[in-house]
Each structure stands twice: as structure tokens, then as C-alpha cells.
Design a protein around this ligand. Structure first.
Ligand code: CMC
Length: 428
């Protein structure tokens, strides 16, 4: 017999179905709550709200489990390439060799961006944050591809838009960096794979080729895979809600990039390095900064600690911590920030405040240190997160459009003034 949840309101009992997911996740389906009872639920920050049914990513925050389409993140990070994972997320299955070749070729074919877009870059000030540039450039793509404006035109048109976006994001990301440096843009090279091509556009100069280092490519692949999807969260839910209005994919992903930018979400990786530098420049007294993080009168928080859903450990942080040690060793890098990070992690993990609140290092605690080792500048860290998250956002958008989900439109509980009469300005 299927489970039923009962709610008692004003002496009446109402019944609501219980929905069970494939991993035994339970939810009370309250979609008829307002129609039958006149009540809505109140859940600021959506901490208990399932906004959709999704077959893409499974996450168990208590057990530290993360699966993409059923495959454990540990296996994907170890064995797959980012582009293979992108295919998996977007199309729902691991690709055959032929499918992968065709997908990779299509993406390689679309890596160039329209020459006119170069002028947009040049108009930004040199100090422009690359996330601001990236969000605007991605939205601007819609103006070059008007056929994308109707997201439901056909499956082929949808695929073309998806492939274009996946192909062009690394070009736009690398160019936002080149522009900030006031260096000439490097065009994509079809001989390189996805990660190699991005590194080439970031670091090659017209005067000097960039030597693609397999250690760097492998680390980048891993980082992008770890960020590729994370079920519902601030940026992904933004993507689903913007996409639900049937806005085009470029505008929708641009909104996701903006949502990711904040320091409580994807911007945390930049904030972590800035925090470590601050502690380093302040003499490296880790205890002092841990005390500040615990002080409720001090707004300082330990960046890279805590997570809305992971309450024991973040499986991505476990993988990345090891990758971080490997990369630094292979590249012969001795980074004082890593020493501070390790001290901070030790002190915080032994501290009652952090233990009681289940605050552990998250994926962003270590990703910044690897990005530094790879030569990526701090302001580009959140852009790197966006590159990784793109296939996840696209797959969530595709799923939502294919399931014909209705436009997102939450309710609220009004707490403002009750009706009152307008007062002439002279009498206020
Ligand atoms: N440093 C110190 N105290 C913290 C921290 C922290 N990093 N994170 C949470 N707390 C405390 C918080 O003050 C609160 O304490 P109390 O119960 O005494 O009021 C308690 O822990 C619960 O915090 P919360 O803000 O209610 O938790 P949340 O689930 O709303 O927030 C979070 C999650 C990630 C926004 C938060 O932990 C945070 O601000 N962390 C630092 C920023 C960060 O690293 N963000 C990246 C998240 S991972 C990347 C991604 O997926 O976006």
C-alpha cells in the first residue's frame, strides 16, 4: 500500500501522497495543498523543498555519496574525461566510442566565437571581473544565434545550441582572462581536446606556444568532472527557474553563471584563497582566525567550510585533496597557502564549534590551491567552476524542458502593512 501523509488543519484531516525516489528518498507531495486546504508551506531558503523530480544526480549528504546518472563520482573522476561526463549528464548514458567521437567532433567544430564579439570584450575595463564578462558574453550569444530564441524548436536545434554553448564557453572564459591582461586573444586549435584547448587559449601567446602538460590536463579534467553537477542548488535551481519561462538556453545559463558568482556558492573558491592569503599576510595565526569564525559578532566565516547538504564529508573534497597533493608533488610546487590550509583544516576539525555544526572542508577548500598550481589566476577560479558546471546546468535545463515543467512561481507569506490610505506629501 502506498504511503500517505496526513495533515490536520482547523479540525480537518487531509491526506497527501508520499513519493519515493529510486534511492528511497521520501517526499510528501503537497502540489494540491493550496487547492485543497488554502494553505501554502513556508520554507525560506528551500531547505526542505523538493522543487522537481530529477534522474540526473543523486546525492546523500549524510553518507557523503554523489552519483551522476548512477555512476559514483569517485569512478568518474578516476577514469572518465570531462567530455565523456558531459555526454553522460546531458544524454543520460555513457557514450559508445562512436557517440563520443561524434560529440567531441561537433564541439570542436563550434569553438570559435563570432569575430564581432571581440569588440564586446575590448569595451570592458581591464579590471572587469571575468564572471561579469562571462555572464554577459554567454547571454550575448543569443543575439548571434536567433534560432536559439525558441528553446523548443526541435531536438536537432536544441542539440546544436547545446553543442555551441559547450564549445564556446572555454573560448569566452579564456578570452575574458586575456582581455583582463590586455593580451591578444588566442584562437582555439582543433588538434587539442577540450581541456588542452582551454589551456592553450589561456596560456599560449602569439610569440610562444603553450606546451600541453598531461599532468595539468589530467588535473583539470578531474576538477571539471567534480564540479559537473550537484543536483538542485542556488545556480542550478536558477537555471531551472529561468528556463521554465522558456527563455533561451544562453540567457538561462547566463543567469546560472550569475547565481554561481556569489561567495556562498561558486565564488567560495576565490574567497578561500583570498582568506588563506589574508591569514598568511597576517602572520599565519590560524587559531586567531578560527576564533573569529566562531565569534557571532564577527561576520568572518571560514570560507570553504560547511555545506548545505553534506553533513559528514564532501566526497568531492576527499578526491580533490588527494589530487591536490599529487599535482603539487608532480609539479614540484611548494605553496605556503597549502600549509595554512592544512593547519586550518586540522584546527577546525578538532574544534567543538565546527564538530557540533558538522562543518567540514568542502570542494572549494582545495580546488583553489590546485588552480593556483595550474597557473590559473584567482579571479578566474569561479569561471573554472562555471566551465565544470555547464554540462550539469544544460542537463537540468534539458530535463526540465523535456518534462514540460510549468513555470516556477513560488508563493509567499505577506508580512507588510495592511491596507491604509494614501497620505498627501505635505501631511507626512
Ligand atoms: N564558518 C563558520 N561558521 C559557519 C560556517 C563557516 N564557514 N558555515 C556555517 N557556519 C555556522 C553558522 O554560523 C551557523 O551557526 P549557528 O547554528 O550557531 O547559527 C551554522 O554553522 C549553520 O550555518 P548555516 O549558514 O545555517 O548553514 P547553511 O546550510 O545555510 O549554509 C553554507 C551553508 C555553505 C552557505 C555555509 O556553510 C557557508 O557560508 N560556508 C562558507 C562558504 C562556502 O564555503 N561556500 C561553498 C559551498 S560548496 C560549493 C557549492 O556547492 O556551492
Amino acid at each position: 500500500m502506498s504511503e500517505i501523509a496526513k495533515i490536520e488543519l482547523e479540525g480537518k484531516t487531509y491526506e497527501f501522497p508520499v513519493i519515493t525516489g529510486t534511492e528511497n528518498e521520501k517526499a510528501i507531495d503537497i502540489s494540491k495543498l493550496r487547492d485543497t486546504t488554502g494553505y501554502v508551506t513556508l520554507d525560506t531558503g528551500y531547505k526542505n523543498t523538493g522543487a522537481t523530480k530529477s534522474a540526473i544526480t543523486f546525492l546523500d549528504g549524510e553518507k557523503g555519496i554523489l552519483h551522476y546518472r548512477g555512476y559514483p563520482i569517485e569512478q568518474l573522476a578516476e577514469k572518465a574525461t570531462f567530455i565523456e561526463v558531459a555526454y553522460l549528464l546531458i544524454y543520460g548514458a555513457l557514450p559508445t566510442q562512436a557517440q563520443l567521437d561524434s560529440f567531441s567532433n561537433s564541439i570542436t567544430k563550434h569553438t570559435l566565437v563570432h569575430e564581432d564579439m571581440k569588440q564586446f570584450f575590448e569595451a570592458y575595463p581591464a579590471k572587469a571581473h571575468p564572471m561579469g564578462v562571462l555572464a554577459s558574453m554567454v547571454c550575448s550569444l543569443s543575439t548571434f544565434y536567433p534560432e536559439s530564441l525558441d528553446p523548443n524548436r526541435s531536438a536537432e536545434a536544441k542539440d546544436l545550441t547545446i553543442h555551441r554553448l559547450l564549445a564556446k564557453l572555454p573560448t569566452l572564459a579564456a578570452w575574458s582572462y586575456k582581455n583582463a591582461m590586455r593580451h591578444p586573444f588566442m584562437y582555439p586549435k582543433n588538434e587539442y581536446d577540450y581541456c588542452g584547448n582551454f589551456l592553450h587559449m589561456m596560456f599560449a601567446m602569439p610569440t610562444e606556444d603553450y606546451k600541453i602538460d598531461p599532468v595539468v590536463v589530467s588535473a583539470l579534467n578531474k576538477l571539471l568532472i567534480l564540479h559537473a553537477d550537484h543536483e538542485q542548488n542556488c545556480s542550478t535551481s536558477t537555471v531551472r527557474i529561468v528556463g521554465s519561462s522558456q527563455a533561451n538556453l544562453y540567457a538561462t545559463i547566463s543567469a546560472g553563471i550569475s547565481a554561481l558568482w556569489g561567495p556562498l556558492h561558486g565564488g567560495a573558491n576565490q574567497a578561500v584563497i583570498e582568506m588563506l592569503e589574508k591569514i598568511h599576510n597576517d602572520g599565519g595565526d590560524v587559531d586567531k582566525w578560527v576564533a573569529k569564525a566562531k565569534d557571532k559578532d564577527d561576520p568572518f566565516r571560514l570560507m570553504g567550510f560547511g555545506h548545505r547538504v553534506y553533513k559528514n564529508f564532501d566526497p568531492r573534497a576527499t578526491i580533490i585533496k588527494k589530487a591536490c597533493d599529487d599535482v603539487l608533488e608532480k609539479m614540484g610546487i611548494n605553496d605556503p597557502m597549502l600549509e595554512i590550509a592544512k593547519k586550518l583544516e586540522k584546527v577546525a576539525l578538532e574544534d567543538e564549534y565546527f564538530k557540533a555544526r558538522n562543518l567540514y572542508p568542502n570542494v572549494d577548500f582545495y580546488s583553489g590551491i590546485i588552480y593556483r598550481a595550474l597557473g590559473i589566476p584567482t579571479e578566474m577560479f569561479t569561471v573554472m567552476f562555471a566551465l565544470g558546471r555547464l554540462p550539469g546546468w544544460i542537463s537540468q535545463w534539458k530535463e526540465m524542458t523535456e518534462n514540460n515543467e510549468p513555470i516556477g512561481r513560488p508563493r509567499q507569506i505577506y508580512t507588510g502593512a495592511t491596507p491604509r490610505d494614501y497620505v498627501e506629501i505635505s501631511k507626512r
